[in-house]
Design a protein around this ligand. Structure first.
Ligand code: GRG
Length: 290
């Protein structure tokens, strides 16, 4: 496991370094906006989604350098969503990753623009990748856009904001988890597989893995909201928020998260001999404290 952790750390460092390349500041008038973008981009994210993309790339023999634009793209989308999520008219959070939320330092106007700039840059970097064939770019960007939009993060966030505190039931909770959280995991894995020329059956296996990993990840997040502490989590906790844990209780939620992990691991059994990192990623995420 220690060797695996070192590998994940190497991937994380690669993403950290590469992200900077994609956000150059060539215009002094934009200094504050770029500062705001970099503030959240470098505020201590675990880089789970790009690590997942890099692992999948490796499984299909694609070197890390060729996965760079995609890995950075999914992290930019994730960061854009966090900045927006913390805004007062959304989740209204004051703390993210143990630090003051972006809008409280830079203002809601700048934070909103930082979020949109990051989101747009996420598509730009894939489209501008000189090593990615045009047909792959189309498929990757289509999948990423689909993941963010009405049928993805945006839809999940909308249902979370508008329904979660009223008609909370299993269907609503599952809709939120799949769209708000799992969808970006799915996109991170399947787009990497597309770049790696994966077969349809392999893409479907990764989809099932990611959907279950994402759902387990979100249930675990809710468990940490209930049982964790704000300092370790590094964000504003909402223990009373309606979610899987407040709906089903702690014991049932732990069981459900475990079942999702088992389903995720089962789904990638078709990659026997090459799936050790994906299994380790699953197990590692379920042990996290933040
Ligand atoms: C602008 C892209 C965009 C989307 C608009 C605001 C919104 C719609 C969606 C919010 C989605 C959201 C915040 C989902 C939460 C997902 C989640 C579990 C985040 C925590 O992920 P970690 O633990 O975070 O990977 P770190 O801090 O490690 O990066």
């Amino acid at each position: 496991m220690e060797k695996m952790m070192a590998e994940f750390l190497r991937m994380k460092d690669y993403v950290d370094l590469s992200l900077a390349e994609y956000i150059p500041n060539r215009e002094p008038l934009l200094n504050v906006l770029v500062e705001s973008i970099n503030y959240t981009l470098y505020s201590g994210g675990k880089r789970v989604r790009p690590i997942f993309s890099l692992i999948v790339g490796e499984m299909f023999g694609v070197p890390m350098e060729r996965m760079k634009s995609l890995a950075c793209s999914v992290e930019m989308i994730h960061t854009a969503s966090l900045i927006m999520d913390d805004l007062p008219h959304m989740d209204d959070a004051a703390v993210r990753r143990g630090k003051t939320a972006n809008h409280l330092l830079y203002g809601q106007d700048v934070a909103s623009l930082a979020s949109i700039a990051l989101l747009t840059r996420a598509y730009e970097v894939v489209l501008a990748d000189p090593d990615l064939p045009a047909d792959k770019k189309v498929l990757v960007v289509e999948k990423l856009a689909n993941t963010v939009g009405l049928d993805g993060l945006v839809g999940g966030q909308f249902v979370d904001l508008k329904f979660a505190n009223e008609t909370i039931n299993k269907t609503v909770v599952e809709y939120i988890y799949i769209h708000k959280t799992a969808s970006l995991f799915v996109a991170s894995g399947t787009t990497a597989a597309i770049i790696g020329n994966a077969e349809d059956v392999q893409i479907r296996a990764l989809e099932t893995y990611a959907e279950n990993l994402g759902s387990a990840f979100q249930i675990f997040d809710d468990l940490l909201n209930t049982e964790g502490n704000e300092q370790e989590m590094g964000k504003s906790l909402h223990a009373n928020e309606k979610n899987y844990v407040t709906l089903h209780g702690v014991a049932e939620s732990k069981k459900a998260a475990q079942e999702h992990v088992e389903k995720a691991i089962k789904a990638i059994s078709i990659f026997e001999g090459k799936n050790a990192k994906l299994i380790a990623l699953c197990k590692m995420l379920m042990k996290r404290k933040s």
